[in-house]
Design a binder for this molecule. Structure first.
Ligand code: SF4
Ligand code: SF4
Ligand code: FES
Length: 524
């Protein structure tokens, strides 16, 4: 039996497992810790993370499995039919208590001044599973604190419990193995390499998954206590991936964005651009009240004054020069409802079709709206993924993580069609290069290679489709996409840059269309 590294593998039957006297169904090879969690039994853990491979480093998840010697870690134990597990026995509790006592030997317990205090797995699990007091009276280890390991991440080494979540995330998920463990025993610590800071586009995820306050985010450090935070679940609008997040504020200021695990979108991860990009909201340079131009200068105005001035200007332009003299830009960072209102206002009230949400860096709307669509999870089960898009690591970073995982971990073949190498090139089995703007010239080669590659494989062909760069005209990409559209079960995953640009196009904020992907012609 092969253990399933993430507990999310194919469903090929089920097994019966008894956990604390309750019989449950599970997929063969699923990790015991996950099966227990899915059935309401929390086994304490520090190093295990649902989205990463287990390593069994912290020993916090020890349980009893009937017929097995000792107490195996639940995070590296695959379930098998007939397995009987006890997570509550006295000797299990004693082992968990002992692991916590060891972990706390060197932990500073500076909870009152630790950003993690109040939302700390070490605090919570010590309360639930740990000793009431320590027998350790010797000097704890001390380090200079904190040390910056990047512009946004600070490390307090003495708080680290060596769970390896951060180092594993960097290597396994982000593909940026820029942090590792150095030294041994009580001196063991997370290190960066000489002259190489932790310059990962995804560094903030390590702060979020660190189970103690060893890694903290520079923008959030000492800004709030967890119990003072107000939280709203939302989507990041920085790019069109639309990662799920929890936006938190304290004293009426945004202080933190945390990733929320959404299987169809971001699986819990955020890129640093999205995670730390909220600070502009409180910029003193931000326009936060209406201004109208009077006598050549912008002056503050009330909303009725500003709306009257806008209406007057629009009316004058339309009456003097016709409706086509007015253009309306924007909407790609708004909601679908915003885009709908803008489109109705432009096309129904002003009577102009000069609208745009892509701001000149996208693809023709009839292509984006007309091709069969793929979803992000389609990448996981694709026969092949074809990249005909901008550099995902730069433009749509969390989609880069998903495609990288599909290629690296799930074995989905990757076809890289671009003018130059980029973040995913080293994961591609087929690399097709063309001159900038020349994707159309290699379309026959692309189709032939993809056809060969997917022969005998199940699943759709997912084409990640977007304009590679502003310098490359959209026509070349469209020609290549049109050739691929002839392959069986091909679906296109839009890689347009701006957040919710797809929603804006769907709702008619583009020339030639009305809301609902209805063409102007068809809509009368
Ligand atoms: S810094 Fe945090 S995530 Fe990294 S090994 Fe230490 S405790 Fe684990
Ligand atoms: S990938 Fe895009 S949507 Fe996701 S966190 Fe980054 S900027 Fe935001
Ligand atoms: S959670 Fe199982 S060993 Fe750490």
């Amino acid at each position: 039996m092969t253990a399933n590294p993430t507990g999310t593998g194919p469903d090929d039957g089920s097994v019966k497992v008894t956990i604390d006297g309750k019989e449950v169904d599970a997929r063969p090879g699923e990790w015991l810790i996950k099966v227990a969690q899915d059935h309401g039994v929390f086994i304490p853990r520090f190093c295990w993370h649902e989205r990463m491979k287990p390593v069994g480093m912290c020993r916090m998840c020890l349980v009893e499995v009937e017929g097995q010697k000792g107490l195996p870690p639940a995070c590296t134990t695959p379930v098998a039919d007939g397995m009987v597990v006890n997570t509550q026995a006295d000797h299990v509790a004693k082992a968990q208590d002992a692991v916590l006592e060891f972990l706390l030997i060197n932990h500073p317990l500076d909870c009152p001044v630790c950003d993690r205090g109040g939302e700390c797995p070490l605090q919570d699990q010590t309360l639930a599973f740990g000793p009431g007091e320590s027998r350790f009276v010797e000097e704890k280890r001390h380090f200079e604190k904190p040390i910056p390991i990047s512009d946004t991440v600070l490390l307090d080494r003495e708080r680290c419990i060596q769970c390896g979540r951060c180092t594993r995330f960097a290597a396994e998920i982000a593909g940026d193995p820029l942090i590792d463990f150095g030294e041994r025993s009580g001196e063991m610590q997370v290190i960066t390499y000489p002259d190489e800071p932790f310059t990962s586009y995804f560094s903030g995820n390590t702060v979020q998954i660190c189970p103690v306050g060893a890694l903290t985010a520079t923008p959030y450090r000492f800004k709030a206590r967890p119990w003072d935070l107000a939280t709203s679940e939302t989507s990041c609008t920085t790019c069109s991936v639309g990662c799920r997040g929890a936006l938190q504020s304290s004293s009426n200021r945004l202080v933190r964005l945390l990733g929320v695990d959404s299987e169809p979108v971001n699986q819990g991860w955020l890129c640093d651009k999205g995670r730390f990009g909220y600070e502009h909201v409180h910029s003193p340079n931000r326009l936060n009240r209406p201004m109208v131009r009077r006598g050549g200068a912008l002056v503050e105005a009330s909303w009725p004054e500003a709306l009257d001035a806008a209406a007057e200007g629009l009316r004058r332009a339309r009456d003097d020069h016709g409706p086509g003299s007015v253009a309306l830009l924007g909407g790609a960072r708004g909601t679908n409802e915003d885009a709908y209102v803008w489109a109705r206002f432009a096309k129904g009230v002003l009577r102009t079709d000069h609208v745009d949400a892509q701001l000149g860096d996208g693809l023709p709307p009839e292509v984006v709206l007309g091709v069969p669509r793929a979803t992000i999870p389609d990448c996981d089960r694709a026969a092949a993924i074809v990249l005909l898009a901008p550099d995902l690591k730069e433009e749509l970073p969390v989609l880069f993580l998903r495609v990288r995982r599909a290629a690296e971990e799930l074995g989905v073949p990757l076809v890289d069609v671009a003018a130059r190498d980029h973040g995913l090139t080293r994961h591609a089995g087929v690399v097709i290069r063309h001159a900038p703007g020349g994707a159309g010239d290699v379309r026959d080669e692309i189709v032939d290679k993809v056809r060969d590659l997917v022969s005998g494989r199940e699943g759709p062909v997912v084409v990640v489709l977007g304009r590679p760069s502003l310098a490359e005209p959209p026509d070349a990409t469209v020609h290549a996409a049109a050739a691929l559209a002839g392959l069986p079960d091909v679906r296109f995953l839009s890689a347009l840059r701006r957040g919710n640009v797809h929603g804006a196009l769907d709702l008619g904020l583009t020339p030639g269309f009305l809301p609902g992907r209805v063409t102007l012609e068809a809509g009368g």
